[in-house]
Design a protein around this ligand. Structure first.
Ligand SMILES: C[S@@+](CC[C@H](N)C(=O)[O-])C[C@H]1O[C@@H](n2cnc3c(N)ncnc32)[C@H](O)[C@@H]1O
Length: 310
């Protein structure tokens, strides 16, 4: 029988030669998946023996990783916001950067027990919507996506997390979210400029769905569609939080402002990259008040001019 300490170096070498980042961590994760032996036990008992069929399974997983298939797709799971999500090749692998959006939204919610209605444009695994619903016990949410296989995964995740009774998933394009208006709208749309996708790591360019990546020539196509819809679908006093790619925050903020939304914050991720743009929709009364204020300022200016001319 083969032992853990005999198997791991062989896997490290294979993964390192294939250019995999973090080959030691990945080898241990795959060994855990193949044998059921947790990483802590692998470290504590390196001389533990592994059954021949588990060795064969482990080597097959290592070969898939060496072909640069992402670990999350091999394991079929990914942790996000300390919750366990199912992941397939039809969904974007939830990124730690996207947890910035979840935290930024929660930081702006004055009452976490309020019965809020949320919309998630392009829900994928459902990670953003489900993480938020997990923290907002009386909220409900709609997740929409153009990909049916992605929605099936999102639904399964909602069930696994016990959130299906507060979630609705819809097979829709951005332009047609439904007839509701929302307190909070979130989105992590595809934002990679089309011409840059081929240069990304093979884990992304070859294994993640193009629908989840391709943001058009400058990466901003989805925002141009989503922000007009967001301006119409947000309730007065509500807010929207969108994830953006590196260097996109100012352009995306301006696209929202052009739709009458008020840009209130841009939040950086843990690496210091401006990652989440937040806008509010003014309350109708506030907007009327501001319009009246503008009117009186103009009247005063006009009267003042006339007085001086006289
Ligand atoms: C970048 S992924 C984000 C997934 C998930 N929200 C996350 O943060 O991991 C974008 C999602 O938008 C979906 N999508 C792309 N174009 C769409 C469209 N025109 N209408 C609706 N959904 C779309 C994709 O299928 C994909 O699931």
């Amino acid at each position: 029988m083969t032992t853990i300490q005999a198997l791991l170096p062989e896997a490290h070498r294979c993964l390192a030669a294939a250019g995999v980042e973090g080959p030691i961590r990945d080898a241990r994760l795959l060994l855990e998946a193949a044998t059921g032996i947790p990483i802590a036990a692998q470290i504590g008992h390196p001389d533990r023996e592994v059954a021949p069929e588990a060795v064969e399974h482990f080597r097959a997983l290592v070969a898939r990783r060496a072909a640069r298939e992402p670990v999350a797709q091999i394991l079929g799971r990914r942790e996000f916001w300390s919750l366990d999500f199912r992941v397939t090749n039809a969904t974007l692998d939830p990124r730690p950067d996207s947890e910035t959006l979840v935290q930024a939204v929660l930081d702006r919610v004055p009452d976490r027990n309020a019965p809020l209605l949320l919309l998630d444009f392009g829900t994928g695994t459902g990670c953003l919507l489900l993480a938020l619903l997990h923290e907002l016990p009386n909220a409900t949410g709609i997740g929409l996506d153009i990909s049916w296989p992605a929605l099936e995964v999102a639904l399964e995740n909602a069930r696994d997390l016990g959130l299906e009774h507060r979630t609705t998933f819809r097979l829709r394009v951005w332009e047609r979210p439904g007839s509701e208006t929302f307190d909070i709208i979130v989105a992590n749309p595809p934002y990679i400029p089309s011409g840059e996708i081929a240069d990304l790591q093979p884990e992304v360019s070859q294994y993640e769905p193009r629908l989840a990546l391709d943001g058009g020539p400058d990466g901003l196509d989805a925002y141009r569609i989503l922000l007009p819809v967001t301006a119409r679908r947000l309730r007065g006093g509500g807010f929207a939080a969108f994830e953006v790619g590196i260097g996109q925050a100012d352009s995306v903020a301006a696209l929202g402002t052009a739709q009458g939304l008020v840009h209130v914050a841009t939040v950086a991720d843990l690496g210091g990259v401006p990652r989440v743009v937040i806008w509010e929709k003014e309350q109708r009364l506030q907007r009327i008040g501001q319009a009246v204020g503008r009117f009186w300022r103009r009247v005063k200016k006009a009267v003042g001019k006339r007085v001086r001319t006289d």
